[in-house]
Design a protein around this ligand. Sequence first.
Ligand SMILES: [Zn+2]
Length: 200
Amino acid sequence: MKAVNNTKLPNDEQWHAIINNDSKLDGQFWYGVTTTHIFCKPSCPSRLPKRDHVLVFTDPQQAIKNGFRPCKRCRPLNRIVNKQIWVDEIEYTLKTNYQRKLTLNELGQLVHGDPSYLRHTFKDITGMTPRERLNEIRLTQAQHLLQTTQSSVSQVGREVGMSNTAYFIDCFKKRFGKTPLQYRRTKSLKPVPLSKGGQS
Ligand SMILES: [Zn+2]
């Protein structure tokens, strides 16, 4: 990370407050995490960073000037975060992480938000829970892979983060009315171009 002006590492008292989510020092200092570029109040309940990734600021504007973004969970600027911003961030995180196992708690850690609040807000704005949206992203991607690759059904399932093949087939059928294999067959009905000799 580039050089940061006017910042310092936490002293023992500050680090202690961060570990204990101690609100007594809220308003006296703010801390940024150099790996995420997010800054927080001492009392923030987000996952504890490593001490050597923490920088301390004496006011929130100093954090912003150094390229840190306010945490949406503890809201160090005391501003309400627009719901659409949450939704955009969740959507982005689902689309970039759908290939791996992703629980609501992990999603909360990735976007720095309280899991039940995230679920509620996402559903409120989009009509879907994050889990439903994640499945939708996975199944749409599976359609694409079935059409464009020769991967087996279980490989396709694994590639989209659904390693339980029976569950994958079940979800796929519920969503599209066909099993993955039926889907692949109907999508490859186009005539196969003949090879030069007319034989294949
Ligand atoms: Zn925070």
